[in-house]
Write a protein that binds this ligand. Structure first.
Ligand code: PLP
Ligand code: ZN
Length: 428
């Protein structure tokens, strides 16, 4: 695709910026967004064309900001859309689907999508070093894809991230900078560094390109539903980018005549301990009041969300709503999804399932409507939140007789574990 078919434009004043590593308008300081020449794209695309291509996110390349001649060998995206009847039975939906980005490649979260598109542009802009501020999953995705694509990588994280997300960055040989501060402070520092060093920060100066990668979640859901849009979609929110880009994806497919027009209701999900967007929705406000995050859902712990305002607009304009859940509800929802559908999600997925359950109980989502839950990350990265949830069984000898005794005890409810729960860490 030639670069003339997309360019950056200010979301508020409409000023055009061509293609360059920049995320804010120099006149009004509003965010920039990639826009396309849909009239020249329309004759190039069809359902059949997309379906004939390999099952990864590059199949939608006409609707992504990709430099001329760009070809990737990384098969990211095209994750399963699964019917979720058992979970549906438990939370009250008879037409429930899970979009399972817990198995997105290469690093098991939807952030692999945004990084794939950002790095395509980092190369085009001549960066040899890529970087990001991250709540964890972005760190993993940037580190892995930078290694594969031959970029140097600098990753900036709050110091309290889950051990698996720290290790899952270091393993790829990235430079990891741990910061004593929360994500919002890390992000502010990264904006300053981006002004001083010629690095491609995927979620700072490359943010408009990065954000387009999230649209592929929406394209895939529509295609996997047989080129139809769902009635409802529930999306976890950190910076609020994913939910607005899924909406953009549905709008683009409609505008290009690839799906029938339909008013999809967008529902946001947050952890109560960091819920600036859902709080604004519940207060019928357009203003985001920044919060200081305090939640186990670290991947969503952004207290001052860059796209919060646009997320509120997308949700309210669609007739949707937003909910938030406590840390205990996050853990219970992770277990509920695992036990009912065999999917092990991270804390963000617990936020989505728990919030969806509330929205159904509130009759905001009706049982027979087609509802998609976005599961965005993998549970093996956040096992620390499940510490103490399960008893450790006392091992038995490899003897049939011992097993028969164990079975008897289990069936009659006699405890078979050590008796004491594992010691809990005492806070001082
Ligand atoms: C980053 C992230 C989100 C939210 O993304 P935004 O686009 O910032 O709203 C959701 N789930 C997981 C697992 C994430 O890592
Ligand atoms: Zn502007």
């Amino acid at each position: 695709m030639s670069t003339s078919q997309y360019h950056l434009r200010c979301r508020e004043c409409g000023k055009i910026f061509g293609n360059q590593p920049r995320s804010l308008c120099e006149d009004c300081f509003s965010p920039l967004e990639v826009t396309y020449d849909y009239d020249s794209i329309r004759p190039l695309v069809s359902r059949e064309l997309f379906a004939s291509r390999a099952p990864n996110l590059w199949r939608y390349r006409e609707l992504l900001p990709l430099p001329e001649g760009f070809r990737s060998s990384l098969p990211t995206g095209y994750t399963p859309l699964l019917k979720a009847p058992q979970l549906g039975l438990k939370i009250g939906s008879s037409n429930l689907y899970v979009k399972n980005d817990a198995v997105c490649l290469p690093t098991l979260s939807f952030k692999d999508r945004v990084v794939a598109v950002a790095l395509a542009n980092a190369r085009e802009f001549g960066f040899d070093t890529v970087a990001c501020s991250s709540t964890g999953n972005l760190a993993n995705a940037v580190a892995a894809q930078a290694a594969r694509e031959g970029f140097k990588a600098w990753i900036f994280i709050p110091s309290d991230l889950e051990p698996a997300k720290v290790l899952g960055t270091q393993i790829f040989g990235a430079q990891l900078v741990r910061i004593n501060g929360n994500y919002d402070q890390v992000n502010r520092l990264c904006s300053q560094i981006a002004d001083e060093h010629r690095w491609g920060f995927v979620n700072v100066n490359l943010r408009p390109y990065y954000a387009e990668g999230s649209k592929t979640v929406g394209f895939e859901i529509a295609e996997q539903l047989g080129w139809r849009l769902p009635d409802n979609i529930v999306v976890p929110m950190a910076g609020g980018s994913l939910i607005t880009k899924i909406k953009k994806a549905f709008d683009e497919l409609t505008q290009l005549g690839l799906v029938e027009p339909k008013l999809v209701k967008f529902f946001g999900a947050q952890a109560t301990g960091c819920s600036p967007i859902s709080t604004a929705i519940k207060q019928y406000s357009n203003e985001i009041e920044p919060q200081r995050p305090a939640t186990i859902a670290r991947s969503l712990a952004i207290g001052n969300p860059a796209d919060g305002h646009y997320a509120v607009k997308a949700i309210t304009a669609s007739g949707g709503w937003s909910e938030d859940v406590s840390d205990a509800e996050v853990v219970n929802s992770i277990k509920l999804l695992a036990e009912s559908e065999g999917i092990f999600t991270e804390t963000a997925g617990g936020v989505t399932v728990g919030s969806a359950s509330k929205l159904i109980r509130q009759d905001r989502i009706l049982p027979e409507e087609t509802t998609v839950l976005c599961i965005t990350g993998n549970g093996l990265k956040t096992t620390d939140v499940l510490a103490g949830q399960y008893e450790v069984e006392v091992p038995i000898a490899p003897k049939l007789r011992e097993f028969e005794v164990l079975l008897e005890n289990k069936l009659s409810g006699v405890p078979t574990f050590a008796g004491e729960r594992p010691a809990l860490t005492v806070e001082v």
